[in-house]
Design a protein around this ligand. Sequence first.
Ligand code: HXC
Length: 259
Amino acid sequence: MTDLILASDRDAVRILTVNRPDKLNALDGATLQALHAAFDAAADDDAVRAVVLTGAGGKAFVAGADIARMSTLSAVEARDFSLLGQRLMRRMERMPKPVVAMVNGYALGGGLELAMACHLRIAADSARLGLPEVTLGLLPGFGGTQRLLRLVGRAAALELTLTGAPVDAARARDLGLVNRVVPAADLEAATMELAAALAANAPLAMRAILDAIHVGGECGIDDGLEYESAQFGLVFSTDDAREGMAAFLGRRKPAFNNR
Ligand code: HXC
């Protein structure tokens, strides 16, 4: 059986590839579970400092949940399928190291939900992104209504979910749905350059930033500020903070050790 998820390392960057190209990388239960295991492994491996997620085959990032498989589910099974995807995407969002979606084609339905659970998104100019669930008589069920609302605001979230119509990469960037758009031919190089830059940053500082931004998105400003200063104190006590400040003052590049 071929691997549903391919994993490879380029220096400190783990590249995960959803590998069902003949089905445009559609997500079935087994693929969701394999992705969850792959993210657990990347989280636990200290040598991995950043993760890139993409889709195999050049045509799609992920074209959504596997409609053929989904169409056979009972209501209870459908709820469990939704929960399985939600658990995976929560796991991704709460990764202690940055996760970058390399959106190399269609990111539709569950595929866009997957991309939205990543911390950063770079898209090829040829990519198309959308939540077409409504056209199937469904709604996004892997957290898409909630993450889209938080990413792009109510007006655009309602437009994308109620029409189901995909947007091109340029509009996705204008909406804030993706961070950057690059020519398709440059996508891999641009993504790996970004991921390598992330991987060179202080891991404990990035972890604290990921936590602080996550917590801040869920609470009021006073609690968020208190959390931020507590994290600042904690990170300040690390070897990497000494190293970062000493390197600046010594006019040299820092070498961070995750300590
Ligand atoms: C299962 C899929 C699929 C999907 C594509 N395929 N998307 N199979 N689930 N989501 C399969 C096709 O059946 C076909 O298989 C092969 O991939 C190639 O796709 P084509 O349709 O022939 O390609 P093309 O004509 O170029 O059209 C590309 C496309 C279209 C526009 C992306 O495939 C499409 O609209 N796909 C569905 C997109 C979608 O509705 N996604 C949301 C799903 S619901 P064969 O075997 O025929 O060659 C969802 C809910 C999430 O995501 C929440 C759940 C809780």
